[in-house]
Design a binder for this molecule. Structure first.
Ligand code: TYD
Length: 137
């Protein structure tokens, strides 16, 4: 997978005088089946999250409230995405390293993931990750 495969996906937004509604369907809006949902919230100012890679996991990240930045790295290059709308999701394919930073006050990061939580799917060491990425090319 390449850094160019990371992309912002615009999700449906049903506007209504009662408020807006956004939804996500597996294989319709995102290219994987959702097996897990988790969210980050009450993130203190100045704190970074992430700082790891995944072997097989695919994800969609959405700022359902507030904003934050996501830096995605393929072992060589970095792309930075700002998420600040509940109807834009960042698709992260497998084999990417990521950092989440610049969380606004009250930010909530919703994550839709292609698999259950498995520590064995993580790369926790960046140098190790870089070596493995090089060997994959
Ligand atoms: P981690 O993925 O490292 O957090 P970050 O969002 O900063 O990348 O996970 C933090 C801790 O939470 C770690 O001990 C693993 C645990 N965890 C679960 O038990 N289930 C999950 O679905 C996730 C995402 C994390």
């Amino acid at each position: 997978m390449h850094l160019e495969d990371c992309r912002i996906i615009e999700l449906p937004k049903i506007e209504d005088s009662r408020g807006n509604l956004t939804f996500v369907e597996s294989f319709n809006h995102i290219p994987f089946e959702i097996k897990r949902v988790y969210y980050l919230y009450d993130v203190p100012s100045g704190v970074e999250r992430g700082g790891h890679g995944h072997k097989e996991l695919e994800q969609l990240m959405v700022a359902i409230s507030g904003s934050f930045d996501v830096s995605v790295n393929d072992g060589q290059n970095t792309r930075i995405f700002q998420l600040n709308r509940p109807f834009f999701g960042l698709y992260i394919p497998k084999s990417m390293w990521r950092h989440l930073h610049n969380f606004s006050s009250g930010a909530v990061c919703l994550n839709l993931a292609s698999d259950f939580y498995k520590e064995s799917d993580y790369y926790r060491d960046f140098t190790e990750y870089q070596k493995i990425r090089k060997s994959l090319v």
